[in-house]
Design a binder for this molecule. Structure first.
Ligand code: MN
Ligand code: MN
Length: 373
C-alpha cells in the first residue's frame, strides 16, 4: 500500500491493482492527492492515463453484484472535488407526498438497480464513464417532515457542487426536492429553462395549506424567479384533474405544456425539436441558450412499468419511447438533472420501477457525456 503513496497517479493504481483486484472488488477508489488517502483498491484495470480518474470498477474483474451499492458501481466520493465532472446525489425525502410515501428509499433502490449498467451507451455511441469523471456523492442530509428546511439543505449542499463546475444528477425523493435544486441552479447559473417529463405539472398552489409540497414546486419556482417559464416545456401531463382549469394554471404561469396524449403522438425527433426551439437555440452546442435543467418524474411512465411511485396515473409512456425522447435531447448542455418519485415499497417484486429509474438516470449522464465529448 505504501507504494501507492510514493508513486503518484494512474501508474501507481495500475501497479497496485495487479496485487489487489482479486481480493478487493467494486467502487473502491484511489486517490493520488496525499498519503493520508489510503489506497484501498482499483476501479478500472484497463484505464489509460487519459481516462477520467473516477470510474466504475472493471466488471470483468469482479461481478457487478459485488461491492457496496453506489450508482453504477461508481466510487463514492464527497463533492465538490477536483477532477469530477458529474456527481450522482441522493435526496431521500418523501414527507411532501399527497398519496403514497416511500420515495425516501428511492435513491437506495435506484442505486441497487443500477449495478447492471455498463459504461458504453450504444444508442448515442458514447462511453459515458470514459468521457465523464463521475462519482456517487452520497445523500444530502434532509429533515423528514420539513419540506422547507429540506429545500434549504438541498440548496446549500448543491451550490458548492455547481460552483465547482460539477453537474449534479439527483435521485429523489418526492418532487418537492426540485425546489432546492432549482434554488441552487439559480444562485450559480441564473434562472434555468425547465424541461419536465411528468404525469403532473406540479404547479398547484398548496395542499392542505402546505405551500412546499410535491405538487407545488414549479409554482414556487416561478414565484421565486428560479425558472424562466418562457423557455420551459412541461410534457406528459395526464389523468383526472381537480377541475377544468387545472392545466390552464401552468399556462398562466408562462409554461408550455404538451399533454400525455399529445406527447405519445410525437416522434422523438419532434419532441427534441419542440424542446430545442422552446429553450432558445437551434444550435445548443454553442451554448447560447442559457442554463437548462431536466427533471424526470418516474410517473411519466405507465404504471405497468413504474408501479412504485407516489401518484400513479394510467396510460403513460412506455419506457422505450421515454428513453428515445431523452436521447432526442443529445447536445443540449444541461446544468442539472433529477429522477424523482421512485417509491420502492410499492414496486413490483422485480424492482421494475427502480430499474427504469436507473436506466433514465444513465441516459441523463449519457446526455451530459455527449455534450462534453
Ligand atoms: Mn412530479
Ligand atoms: Mn408526477
Amino acid at each position: 500500500m505504501a507504494t501507492g503513496c510514493t508513486v503518484a497517479g494512474v501508474q501507481a493504481s495500475r501497479a497496485v491493482a495487479t496485487t489487489h483486484t482479486t481480493t478487493l472488488a467494486a467502487n473502491t477508489f484511489h486517490s493520488s492527492d496525499t498519503c493520508s488517502h489510503r489506497l484501498i483498491g482499483i476501479r478500472y484495470i484497463g484505464m489509460s492515463a487519459d481516462q477520467p480518474r473516477f470510474q466504475p470498477p472493471d466488471a470483468s474483474v469482479a461481478p457487478r453484484y459485488t461491492g457496496i451499492r453506489t450508482f453504477a458501481r461508481l466510487p463514492q466520493f464527497p463533492v465538490p472535488h477536483d477532477g469530477v465532472d458529474a456527481a450522482v446525489i441522493g435526496v431521500p425525502f418523501d414527507t411532501a407526498t399527497s398519496f403514497r410515501p416511500g420515495a425516501r428509499f428511492g435513491p437506495e433502490a435506484i442505486r441497487s438497480a443500477s449495478a447492471l449498467l455498463r459504461p458504453y451507451n450504444p444508442a448515442l455511441d458514447v462511453d459515458v464513464f470514459a468521457t465523464l469523471a463521475t462519482v456517487d456523492g452520497g445523500d444530502i442530509a434532509i429533515t423528514p417532515g420539513n419540506a422547507l428546511r429540506t429545500t434549504e439543505q438541498i440548496d446549500a449542499a448543491l451550490q458548492p457542487v455547481l460552483r465547482a463546475g460539477i453537474v449534479p444528477l439527483v435521485l429523489g425523493g418526492d418532487h418537492s426536492i426540485v425546489l432546492g435544486e432549482l434554488r441552487a441552479q439559480k444562485a450559480v447559473h441564473g434562472p434555468v429553462a425547465l424541461v419536465l417529463l411528468d404525469a403532473h405539472a406540479d404547479t398547484w398552489d398548496q395542499y392542505y395549506g402546505e405551500r412546499y409540497f410535491h405538487g407545488t414546486p414549479f409554482r414556487r419556482a416561478v414565484e421565486e424567479g428560479l425558472v424562466d417559464p418562457s423557455r420551459s416545456l412541461l410534457a406528459g401531463m395526464r389523468g383526472p384533474l381537480y377541475g377544468p382549469g387545472d392545466l390552464d394554471e401552468p399556462l398562466e404561469l408562462g409554461f408550455e405544456v404538451i399533454t400525455g396524449s399529445e406527447l405519445a403522438a410525437l416522434s422523438p425527433g419532434e419532441y427534441g425539436e419542440r424542446v430545442r426551439s422552446r429553450i432558445g437555440s437551434d444550435d445548443l452546442i454553442r451554448r447560447e441558450a442559457g442554463p437548462v435543467f431536466l427533471s424526470f418524474d418516474i410517473d411519466v411512465l405507465d404504471p405497468a412499468w413504474a408501479p412504485g411511485t407516489g401518484t400513479p396515473e394510467v396510460a403513460g409512456l412506455e419506457p422505450r419511447k421515454a428513453l428515445a425522447f431523452l436521447r432526442a435531447l443529445a447536445g443540449i448542455p444541461f446544468t442539472g438533472f433529477d429522477v424523482v418519485e421512485v417509491s420502492p415499497p410499492y414496486d413490483s417484486a422485480g424492482q421494475v420501477t427502480a430499474l427504469h429509474g436507473a436506466a433514465v438516470a444513465y441516459e441523463l449522464l449519457t446526455l451530459l457525456a455527449v455534450s462534453r465529448r
